[in-house]
Design a protein around this ligand. Structure first.
Ligand code: GPV
Length: 798
């Protein structure tokens, strides 16, 4: 795929003129981007075809990663990097008077996911291609992505995200690969000639699922895999049955918009339609592919692995059963063996409010045949396990209970592998959340700690650091991320430490320029940048961060001359539109930001930047500029976290509870290079069990904390009377579900230690260096190779 600069320039000009019929110099940034995107797509198309043809010819086993969400971020630079032509294109653009970065920013960032789960899926797609694995993504082509967030008077306002307004240059519509997904209808049984039971499923509502394919380009290896996103349409020739506007709308609605809830379940009919729609379409196209291989059905699990990303695609299990039973005529036992061997499942949370449970009547009305199959899976499960494990335990593992269908139970029973996403998380699943299943199926359980791709999160997001690393330790780390550990040899090299400080400073200046331009906020790039970027959730404890800020505010108010480390607190967070408390917290942070940023008496010692519309693109700007990475969830609540890994890779020092993957980050980076505070997971468990926690008591007995909390109700913070009062009540009167008050003192102590460390430049730079040098093991390339080896049983090509 290599290029020379001259050749590229000629091709670019030609592509542009063919598209727009004038010269590129007169084009808008969007047009300049579209032309470049088209050119790039054309450039990898041969490898794309070749890769797929190869898999088919060799009848290679392939994995299909089913996910309700994908958050790829802008794809232009990532594709250029992986194709090995980023530098050439950058130079060519420059010679034509264009700035690649500016053109790249014209690409819309497709927000087809909420947060960590969706971004993980995209890191995995990059790693699957880059490690040379035969893998495909399967998801939904939402017409509207996650809402665009605006702050109006400090309140979050949600606007539709019409990401397809301009052309999407990366996708290819594959009409010939469309399938029909059926809803509703009547199920009946008849005997065929041989006396075999035949299922008749009639009077269904048929929806056409049309795939849009996007290439997933591997890193310098010629592999181009496929991400397939399905769109709901009216079946051809069936227009008469959808004659009213209302009927047509109903079809389009299925893939219209992403549900904006992160780690939170709502039993909505449209959501379960979405889940079945893309699960069924995906399974159907897999079966169609398998049949072309002309192999015995028993070989299905030797050729196909279906991975379900959380429970959202769990209906793939009964759907595969349905096809094998009703359409292919296999026996129950044959179909069940195949299904279990094919499917594997990742759990991403232990939060009860995130567990999907569908009302039985919803499934029986919407998917009558699927409902029967789930009933039968459940019946056989209970029949088989009751004699072995007794009535009580077995009933607790039932798929159907109290008029509800429990999707996690179906996912575990219908698969051969269940994994958590960090060691601690998997331990909690086995010991607690899924303990009954662990007793039944110990061999199904395994851990796969999350990872991130340093290609996007270091090479693309942090060009300064990349250049510095290349210069200092060579380029091996780019193809083998573990090799970044060589940097440890330079931990006492003053020149390297200084260089690292310069890199960080340059990145902080870049963010400061953004804050000035977009928010009219002046911040000092030499201040400590303290970053918390993630969805707004009570368990993630953005409020604990706020309590710390208010403590510093009071210190400065008491004594304006106090010697306090200058800090810029950076927040990025969307709240689910229906999550009232989270939205109150957003309003509170914005109000405190207004108060503090405009108080001259504070001598600019504290600034608060709450960026609007946080997403992948803003993460790429903020993460390289971070000094401190706030990972302060209540221990036991955050399954893994992945921003913790991204920030560490960019030299931020982690401020953390021992939660999720923070535990493994500490193990890798060492106690001296991280700030750990707070209750441990088992201590939290103990409090929940014995019920002795009393936040009111802590409030009364801790005068420093009491004074901070009183700021919420004494009118100090303008414009948030009701919000601040509700928040105060949740912490003091309603017993502080996430133990903020309990962890407050040790958090302050850790923050004090951080100030001290930061004031010693060499010490801090060494900590940053050790974080970068210890981040290699958190590459999603390794994570994905473990999935491939231990769960999917597929091997890298070449
Ligand atoms: I369930 N996660 C998410 O982003 N959305 C969800 O709906 C659910 C989980 C997250 C977890 O909260 C993170 O701890 C984890 O790092 C991430 O999934 C990826 O595993």
């Amino acid at each position: 795929m290599a290029f020379d600069v001259q050749e590229f320039k000629k091709e670019y000009q030609k592509t542009f003129e063919e598209l727009f019929a004038y010269s590129y110099e007169d084009g808008s940034k969007t047009e300049q981007f579209i032309a470049l995107g088209d050119l790039v797509r054309g450039r990898y198309s041969e490898d794309w075809i070749q890769t797929i043809t190869n898999y088919n010819k060799k009848k290679e086993k392939q994995v299909y990663y089913f996910s309700m969400e994908f958050l790829p971020g802008r794809m232009l630079k990532s594709n250029l990097l992986n194709m090995g032509i980023l530098d050439c294109v950058k130079q060519g653009m420059e010679e034509m008077g264009l700035d690649l970065d500016e053109v790249a920013r014209a690409e819309v960032d497709p927000a087809l996911g909420n947060g960590g789960l969706g971004r993980l899926a995209s890191c995995f797609m990059d790693s699957i291609a880059s490690t040379g694995l035969a893998g495909n993504g399967n998801g939904i082509r939402y017409r509207y992505g996650l809402f665009k967030q605006k702050f109006i008077n400090g309140y979050q306002i949600e606007l539709p995200e019409n990401w397809l307004r301009n052309r999407n240059v990366w996708e290819v519509r594959k009409e010939n690969k469309a399938v029909i997904v059926r809803f509703g209808g009547d199920v009946s049984f008849t005997q065929d000639g041989e006396g075999k039971l035949r299922v008749r499923h009639e009077n269904t509502r048929d929806i056409l699922a049309v795939p849009y394919d996007t290439a997933q380009v591997g890193y310098n290896n010629g592999i181009v895999n496929n991400l397939r996103l399905w769109s709901a349409e009216i079946p051809y020739g069936d227009e008469a049955r959808f004659s009213t506007e209302e009927q047509r709308e109903e079809v389009k609605r299925i893939t219209e918009v992403l549900y904006p809830d992160d780690s939170n379940y709502e039993g909505r009919l449209l959501r379960v339609q979405q889940e079945y729609f893309f699960s069924s379409a995906g399974v159907q196209s897999i079966v169609r592919y398998f049949k072309r291989l002309n192999l015995d059905w028993s070989l299905f699990p030797d050729k196909i692995a279906i991975h379900i990303n959380d429970t959202h695609p769990t209906l793939a299990i009964p759907e595969l059963m349905r096809i094998l039973l009703d359409e292919e005529g296999l026996t129950w036992d044959q179909a069940w063996e195949i299904t279990k061997k094919t499917v594997s499942y990742t759990n991403h949370t232990i939060l009860q409010e995130a567990m999907e449970r569908w009302p039985e009547t919803m499934i029986s009305d919407l998917l009558p045949r699927i409902y029967q199959i789930i009933q039968e899976i459940n019946r056989r499960h209970i029949d088989k396990k009751t004699p072995l494990y007794g009535e009580e335990l077995t009933q607790r593992t039932a798929i159907i209970a109290n008029g509800q269908i429990k999707m996690a139970n179906l996912a575990i029973i219908g698969s051969h592998s269940v994994n958590g996403v960090a060691k601690l998380h998997t331990d909690i699943l086995m010991a607690d959340t899924l303990h009954d299943f662990y007793v039944m199926y110990p061999q199904k359980f395994n851990n796969k700690t999350n990872g991130i791709t340093q290609r996007r999160w270091v090479q693309i997001a942090n060009e300064n650091l990349t250049a510095m690393l290349d210069e200092t330790i060579g380029a091996e780390w780019k193809s083998d991320p573990e090799e970044i550990k060589i940097l440890k040899a330079h931990r006492d090299n003053k020149a390297v430490l200084d260089k690292l400080e310069q890199v960080k400073l340059a990145n902080k200046k870049r963010f400061a320029a953004y804050a000035l331009k977009e928010m009219n906020l002046e911040i000092d790039p030499t201040a400590l940048f303290d970053v918390q970027i993630k969805r707004l959730h009570a368990y993630k404890r953005q409020l604990l961060n706020v309590l710390h800020i208010l403590d510093r505010y009071l210190q400065l108010k008491d004594n304006p001359k106090i010697n306090l480390q200058k800090r810029v607190f950076i927040f990025g967070a969307k709240a689910a539109p229906s999550y009232y408390y989270a939205k109150q917290i957003i309003k509170l942070i914005n109000a405190i930001a207004d108060m503090i940023n405009n108080d001259p008496a504070l001598n600019d010692k504290i600034k608060i930047v709450f960026v609007e519309n946080y997403g992948v693109s803003l993460a790429e700007l903020i993460i390289p500029a971070a000094d401190i990475s706030e990972q302060i969830s209540l221990a036991g609540k955050e399954a893994s976290g992945t921003s913790n890994m991204k920030l560490m890779s960019n030299g931020a020092v982690t401020m953390a509870t021992l939660d999720g993957a923070n535990v493994e980050i500490r193990d890798n980076v060492g106690e001296d290079n991280i700030f750990i505070f707070g209750l441990k997971s088992d201590e939290v468990q103990e409090y929940y069990r014995n019920g002795v926690y009393n936040s009111r008591d802590i409030y009364e007995k801790n005068p420093r904390l009491k004074r901070i909390l009183n700021l919420l109700i004494d009118g100090t913070i303008p414009g948030v009377e009701t919000e601040a009062r509700d928040i105060f009540d949740s912490l003091v009167m309603y017993n502080d579900e996430y133990f903020l008050l309990k962890d407050f003192d040790s958090y302050l102590q850790a923050q004090y230690e951080a100030d001290k460390a930061f004031s010693d430049r060499d010490r801090w730079n060494r900590m940053a260096l050790m974080n970068i040098a210890s981040s290699g093991p958190f590459s999603s390339d390794y994570t994905i190779l473990r999935y491939a080896d231990e769960i999917w049983k597929i091997k890298p090509q070449n």
